[in-house]
Write a protein that binds this ligand. Structure first.
Ligand code: PLP
Length: 463
């Protein structure tokens, strides 16, 4: 069958091979070596329910990554589907430019102000986390213009951070592979080391290391000159970098240093927001209140795209009272269907008590299961925070010696997960989970059992 005739066939009538051929012929996937993928063929995911997915071969898969850290309420939630349908029927689109808006956008802004820490009473909408972080760059620099300090341009971020894939998002991020393509970062972004104890702090007390990692921020501010620095941005827990949970001492010290030099603190809550860490926002788990927060993913549980920036009073007052027109916005800022789905999603999270459940029940239970897995001979360290966790694979447990990156042991392990009906992510040799917040204890047991099986298979393969 040619791609042209196949495309006219109903989805259910295509074989996996037909899907793969059409995919290879026309679809360029994100973060993918296109040629290598065309040779291997993609896995076609056709259906989801709760924490499970099914592929075009009918295999059931436990989705321990919530899609891409986003399907917080799990798949197939009727309330979100109905909210989207109702809004599509009533008003599928209108914008928030030129003195107009829509009821869902107003209601969602109101609702976000209720669930965020009290100093956040305003929101600016985008459609993704990357766009949200572009807005951060525009907003932070605009704030300092208004303050009469336009030279405060530099935003300090961290190596191995992930803040998105647009020019500003990729620049704020600290992924060397991304910077190597396309002349990034853009000017005015400066990176410091991450608070990654396993890699940078071994032999040191964790909390002392947390203070040392925060001191790298102060050193950079002094080096650049505080009058040049606009903001510091960080994920409460670095997600795509490998679920790097900082020592408890880190974030309060970061806040203290930002205050000392008058610098804005931005929390990228794209992964950590909406219950992932056991509070509505990750910064609350870390015990700090930032000045701005980026959000996306979990706000709609990924059912439709939505993101944005929660704006704290310090910046909001400047923008509103003194800023005049803010020359920035997206066609889909405050998209009514996305906002309606987000409202239903937040109501579900609240009604089911998912944030409390992660904090008091499933989060501690995941920590216990990971603690048990830490005895495995391949495991050098485990870390969890709420319902996100990392398992560091090592060559030698006693000395915490890591594998040669050329061996791609994480990818070997990930392949075993795929074959055994589990989606886990490999960041180098760190195996990552972030399951839907609706996951039960019994399902966490099932996940941990599959992880152990795949660790055993990886170990056996390594000989
Ligand atoms: N910020 C963080 C912390 C993320 O993890 C991501 C995506 O994974 C982004 C920003 C970018 O979000 P998006 O892919 O929606 O543009």
């Amino acid at each position: 069958m040619t791609a042209a005739t196949a495309s006219a066939a109903p989805a259910a009538q295509r074989t996996t091979a037909e899907w793969q051929a059409a995919d290879a012929a026309h679809h360029l996937h994100p973060f993918t070596d296109f040629k290598a993928l065309a040779g291997r063929g993609t896995r076609v995911i056709t259906r989801g329910d709760g924490i499970y997915l099914w592929d075009s071969e009918g295999q059931r898969i436990l989705d321990a990554m919530s899609g891409l850290w986003c399907v917080n309420v799990g798949y197939g939630q009727r309330a979100l589907i109905d909210a989207a349908t109702r809004q599509l029927e009533t008003l599928p689109f209108y914008n928030s430019f030129f003195q107009t808006t829509t009821p869902p956008a107003i209601q969602l802004a109101e609702r976000l102000a209720e669930v965020a820490p009290p100093s956040f009473q305003h929101v600016f909408f985008s459609s993704s986390g990357s766009e949200g972080n572009d807005t951060i760059v525009r907003m932070v620099r605009r704030y300092w213009d208004i303050q009469g300090q336009p030279n405060r341009q530099v935003i300090i971020s961290r190596l191995n951070a992930y803040h998105g894939s647009t020019m500003a998002g990729a620049s704020l991020g600290g992924m060397s592979g991304m910077h190597a393509q396309g002349g990034l970062p853009i000017p005015g972004i400066s990176h410091i080391e991450q608070p990654f104890w396993f890699q940078l702090g071994q032999g040191m007390d964790r909390e002392d290391f947390g203070r040392r990692a925060a001191a790298w921020l102060e050193a950079r501010i002094v080096q650049l000159g505080a009058d040049k620095v606009a903001a510091f941005i960080g994920e409460p827990v670095q997600g795509a970098g490998g679920v790097i949970v900082p020592p408890a001492s880190y974030w309060p010290e970061i806040r203290r240093i930002c205050d000392k030099y008058g610098i804005l603190l931005v929390s990228d809550e794209v992964i950590c927001g909406f219950g992932r860490t056991g509070r509505w926002f990750g910064c609350e788990t870390m015990g700090v209140t930032p000045d701005l927060m980026t959000f996306a993913k979990g706000v709609t549980s990924g059912y439709v795209p939505l993101g944005g920036v929660m704006v704290g009073e310090r910046v909001a007052r400047a923008l509103i009272d003194e800023g005049g027109e803010f020359q920035h916005g997206y066609t889909y800022s405050g998209h009514p269907v996305a906002c309606a789905v987000a409202l239903a999603n937040l109501e579900l999270i609240r009604g089911e008590g998912l944030v409390e459940r992660v904090r008091e029940d499933t989060g501690p239970y995941l920590a216990r299961l990971f603690d048990e897995l830490s005895a495995h001979p391949l495991v050098g360290e485990v870390q969890t925070c709420g319902l996100m966790g990392a398992i560091q694979l090592v060559r030698d447990k006693a000395s915490s010696t890591v594998f040669d990156p050329e061996q791609s042991v994480g990818m070997l392990c990930r392949a075993h997960c795929f074959e055994n009906g589990l989606i886990m992510r490999a960041v180098g040799d760190r195996m990552i989970v972030a399951p839907p917040l609706v996951i039960t204890r019994a399902q966490l047991d099932e996940m941990a059992g599959l992880i152990r099986l795949c660790l055993d298979k990886t170990l056996a393969e390594l000989g």
